[in-house]
Design a protein around this ligand. Structure first.
Ligand SMILES: Nc1nc2c(ncn2[C@@H]2O[C@H](COP(=O)(O)OP(=O)(O)OP(=O)(O)O)[C@@H](O)[C@H]2O)c(=O)[nH]1
Ligand SMILES: [Zn+2]
Length: 219
């Protein structure tokens, strides 16, 4: 398979401030990914770049689903980059942990009948996680970034970056958006996939099963 290429770029004003959107494409498959870039990201060797690798989740990112934490993580990451005035969010277009949107809906249907997120993937004939994070290391490289402070709870992202030559100098936790519909999903990620999930009792989660708060977790 050929290597991903940087192919397009433009301004993208957002509710979190002005970003540059950079488009990437594999020449053979035409598979696309994008990065949102804020500020001067050169010189990451001396000043590591605040970065987020965000895997596509149409239901969470765009359709306000509470079954996962993705939408909350997306807006929180963009806000943190905006507050820092400098950073990158790679929007990694591997929907449903790489199984695609329709298969994710099939997995959700199995979850409606009692399976957890991993059992559902396996029942459909997929691995627990089919994503390829190496492409994100290639995108960092095409953006001229060698050192990052990565916003994530997923150790696999850090391992892949390190193996691919991207130096993750710090992991910044991204524990947001817990609610009664995704608490089992978060537990499964922690127990079966080794994610660093923390329930912070000081925070008031949307419809929180622990603190019973009525205060919405603002995006
Ligand atoms: N197959 C499948 N994919 C899911 C499910 N719920 C969310 N996803 C996908 O999971 C991906 C996000 O992965 P997560 O495990 O939530 O988080 P992560 O990106 O690995 O780790 P963080 O950096 O901590 O967010 C997105 O592509 C979602 O579409 C599910 O039940 N089944
Ligand atoms: Zn999601």
């Amino acid at each position: 398979m050929s290597k991903i290429q940087r192919v397009a770029e433009a301004n993208l004003p957002t509710e979190f401030g002005l970003f540059r959107i950079v488009g990437f494409e594999f020449p053979d498959t035409k598979k696309e990914h994008v990065a949102l870039v804020m500020g001067d990201i050169s010189n990451s060797e001396e000043n590591p770049v605040l970065a987020r690798i965000h895997s596509e989740c149409l239901t969470g990112d765009a359709l306000h689903s509470l079954k996962c934490d993705c939408g909350f993580q997306l807006s929180t990451a963009l806000r943190q980059i905006s507050e820092a005035g400098r950073g990158v969010l790679i929007y990694h277009r591997e929907e449903g942990r790489g199984i695609g949107l329709i298969n994710k809906i099939r997995a959700y249907s199995l979850q409606d009948n009692g399976m957890d997120t991993i059992e559902a993937n396996l029942a459909l004939g997929f691995a627990a996680d089919e994503r390829n994070f190496k492409v994100c290391a290639d995108i960092f490289e095409l953006l001229g970034i060698c050192k990052v402070r990565l916003l994530t709870n997923n150790p696999a992202k850090i391992d892949t970056m390190k193996k691919a030559g991207i130096n993750v100098v710090e992991r910044i936790p991204l524990n947001v958006g817990e609610n009664r519909y995704n608490t089992g999903y978060l537990d499964t990620k922690a127990k079966k996939m080794g994610h660093y999930i923390v329930h912070d009792n000081e925070k008031h989660y949307l419809d929180c099963p622990y603190c019973q708060s009525e205060i919405p977790n603002k995006k």
